[in-house]
Design a protein. Sequence first.
Length: 110
Amino acid sequence: MSKERVAATSDVPEGEVRVVECGDRSLAVSNIDGELFAIDNKCTHDNGPLGEGRLQRGRIICPRHGAAFDAKTGKVLSLPAVRSVNAYRVITEGDDIVIECDEPLERDGR
């Protein structure tokens, strides 16, 4: 299991989503009520950058065509996407955001 520091907690303000690099993966990290979550940064509809989208009520909205994904689990929530994305464990160590890049979470969050 490979853990990597990807950003400072101050880089992802509450209610926002940001793009980070974790190993060879691009991830979308969101801050929901002070808790951090990470999912793949690639919309399954047309590879749009989810981390450049909007965070609304726990959903990341793809900036290209509006597909929505659960920011915590990566589950697809609306068309035009039909496949979910992976979610990753986020650890806060002091002011550092650390992600387990190599091991996506199982769909039930474990």
